[in-house]
Ligand binder design. Structure first.
Ligand SMILES: Nc1nc2c(c(=O)[nH]1)N[C@H]1C(S)=C(S)[C@@H](COP(=O)(O)O)O[C@H]1N2
Ligand SMILES: [Mo]
Length: 337
């Protein structure tokens, strides 16, 4: 694959992730001055390192983990239904520019994320289900119909990319889990292991670990909702949320929770990680809308990773034909934050 010169570090202020700025400031105000200052300094250093390692040619790309026993399953057949209005983002960008706060609040967490232990890995189905159970990830992979889909991903920070995900429809997982008829929401939870993932160390800015996300049952059953197990025709790299993550392409990227260990069916609306931290900026619905600005920046356009382009952002990230109906009777709800 050709090495692109337009690397993510051309995006000037992306290293200080907007999603974390509020917290850094709060840490400073709360008298955590040393902590806050240290974090800001670390961010600056990382940016410098990112540039030098990229242009110095010595950067390491952390791809699909060697120890992942699912290599033999890929590549899987592409579902031609889901097409893109832009090129697939070069794999290097996806391997090196990530949000995965369990491993740090910068974009350059790929190396740190190699600490993630992906086997053994189990997923627990609980809450309002016929029978609670815990399933080994490789058993689950064998039971699911894998396919490839080309999806856009739009981060709430106003950058975007296009990814060839491998995985299976979330509706398949719901059927597999056998929820009770009273279940109204699906709640997802990421692993909790501060020793493995230093970002989860107790007390770091009061982040409410583990990372949690949720969707309504209707959203879960929508054909676009996709459980990701691979990317670029290979098992999922650790930094992208191996071995199981969500992709909800019409919602801001933070809804697409990584490294899932628990799927809970409930009649109570889950409060997500970012919603707990700052509900006025990160809501439950988080549908993409160029006309509804974030409290601290516009959502009208987005920087396409790997290009010099800013392009207009589209309602529901361009997926309105699939999902607009889900929200037609919800006038009072803050659907776009
Ligand atoms: N567990 C977990 N899932 C997560 C995050 C995170 O920090 N932790 N970040 C989210 C955000 S803000 C985005 S934009 C996407 C980024 O996915 P990528 O690194 O594969 O591009 O993952 C989402 N899922
Ligand atoms: Mo994001």
């Amino acid at each position: 694959m050709p090495i692109r010169r337009e690397c993510p570090w051309n995006l000037p202020d992306r290293e200080a992730t907007p999603e974390s700025v509020f917290l850094n400031r709060r840490a400073l105000l709360a008298g955590g001055a040393a902590l806050g200052a240290g974090l800001l300094a670390a961010g600056g250093t990382a940016q410098a390192q990112g540039i030098s390692s990229w242009f110095g040619g010595s950067r390491t790309l952390y791809g699909a983990p060697e120890e992942d026993p699912s290599h033999k399953l890929y590549p899987v057949e592409r579902n031609p239904k889901y097409t893109l209005d832009r090129e697939v983002t070069a794999e290097e960008h996806n391997l090196t520019y990530n949000n995965f706060y369990e491993f740090g609040s910068r974009k350059t967490i790929a190396k740190a994320a190699q600490q993630l232990k992906i086997r053994p890995w189990t997923v627990t189905f609980d809450g309002m289900v016929e029978e609670e159970r815990t399933v080994d990830i490789d058993t689950l992979l064998a039971a699911m119909p894998l396919e490839e889909r080309l999806y856009r991903l739009r981060c709430v920070e106003a950058w975007s990319m296009a990814v060839p995900w491998s995985g299976f429809a979330l509706s398949e997982l719901v059927t597999y889990a056998k929820p009770l008829s009273g279940a109204r929401y699906v709640r997802f939870e990421t692993f909790l292991d501060p020793e493995m993932a230093p970002g989860q160390t107790t007390g770091s800015f009061g982040y409410p670990w583990p990372y949690v996300e949720g969707v309504t049952m209707a959203e879960a059953m929508n054909e676009l909702s996709f459980m990701v197990t691979g990317a670029y025709g290979k098992p999922l790299p650790k930094q992208m949320g191996s071995p199981l993550r969500l992709a909800l392409p019409w919602k801001y990227g933070f809804k697409s929770i990584k490294s899932i260990v628990r799927v809970t069916f409930t009649d109570e609306r889950p409060v997500s990680f970012w919603e707990q931290i700052q509900p006025s900026e990160y809501g439950f619905w988080a549908n993409v809308n160029p006309e509804v600005p974030h409290r601290r920046w516009s959502q009208a356009t987005e920087q396409v990773l790997g290009t010099d382009e800013r392009v207009p952002t589209r309602l529901y990230n361009g997926y309105a034909e699939y999902v607009a109906d889900l929200y037609k009777d919800m006038d009072g709800e803050p659907l776009f934050m």
